[in-house]
Design a protein around this ligand. Structure first.
Ligand code: NDP
Length: 280
């Protein structure tokens, strides 16, 4: 029987992770099975327990369970401990190990795939959930001029800014406090796009030449990328590249081999699984 992996989330039907890991497995000649599993909102821990009992070797965790996965996991990598969120679980005889590959995935997509340099940039991160937690430390390690976190529940943005204050220049704000400010890189790490909504951004938030990045991906342009295109962003990209890069990092943790990501991103683009916009 081949080794069994899965991604747990709610909702989960939109997930491209099974396709991505199947492509990695074929490319690296690894025999494995990877499924998408819908966990009930109040049943994540039980879903993981059942999966391990059935012989599961590892799991990815997506919204809204990354912070719960962190609380459930006693053995954590440094980057998961700093993030306070877990997106990759590995199961062994001693229990489970929690890691977080989101930050690595975002940075690889921005800097290697999109050739975007982060040093000296004014960065706006929208959202303060599990995805935001995972990317904050690596973004701050890239020497931005400033990193502002805006969140619908402002207290969570303030808490995150406090938690990561030692990593670099980071502030937490409410959306209305963004009026009159503009940024070079705007990253949507909210779940708003999932329900076709747009975080309440003021006009003028996109600096000339700015890059808009939506961690969400799908078959149609997200409301955030549409807003970005209409309000002065020079470039817009969805999160498909990040998704494939964070998956490659998880695959390497589990299988000890790093797959090539560009052919897999290209395959998904050809399948119409993402949208990318360029102004002009
Ligand atoms: P969480 O549930 O942990 O957090 C959701 C965040 O979105 C919170 O900050 C929440 O604000 C905010 N939010 C939800 N709805 C709205 C709305 N209508 N308007 C404004 N803010 C809203 O989710 P995750 O952090 O795990 O995931 C966030 C997104 O990032 C998802 O779309 C996910 O698919 C994507 N993602 C993509 C990855 C990739 O590889 N491409 C990797 C990781 C995540 P509040 O605190 O006020 O509730």
């Amino acid at each position: 029987m081949s080794d069994h992996y899965a991604v747990f989330g709610n909702p989960i039907a939109h997930s491209k992770s099974p396709q991505i890991h199947a492509a990695f497995a074929a490319q690296c000649a690894q025999g494995l099975r990877y499924d998408a599993i819908l966990a009930p909102h109040d049943g994540f821990a039980q879903a993981i327990t059942d999966f391990v009992a059935a012989g599961g070797r590892g799991a990815n965790v997506t919204l809204p369970f990354k912070e719960e996965a962190f609380r459930l996991t006693k053995r954590l990598t440094d980057r998961a401990r700093i993030a306070g969120a877990v997106n990759t679980l590995t199961f062994d005889d001693n229990g489970m190990i929690g890691d977080n590959t989101d930050g690595e995935g975002l940075l690889r997509d921005l800097t290697t795939n999109l050739l975007y340099s982060l040093a000296g940039r004014r960065i706006l991160l929208l959202g303060a959930g599990g995805a935001a937690r995972g990317v904050l430390a690596p973004l701050l390690a890239s020497s931005p001029a400033v990193l502002t976190i805006a969140n619908r529940t402002p207290a969570k943005a303030l808490q995150l800014a406090k938690r990561f204050a030692a990593c670099g220049p980071v502030h937490g704000v409410a959306y209305h406090e963004l009026a009159g400010q503009s940024f070079d890189l705007l990253i949507n790490a909210t779940a708003a796009s999932l329900s076709g909504e747009l975080p309440p951004l003021p006009a003028g938030v996109f600096a000339p030449g700015s890059l808009a990045y939506d961690m969400m991906y799908g078959e149609t342009e997200t409301p955030f990328l549409t807003f970005a295109r209409q309000n002065g962003a020079a470039r817009g990209h969805d999160g498909l590249g990040m998704l494939v890069e964070q998956a490659a990092e998880s695959f390497q943790i589990w299988r000890g081999v790093r797959p090539h990501t560009l052919p897999v991103i290209a395959m998904l683009r050809t399948a119409g699984a993402n949208r990318s916009i360029t102004a002009g």
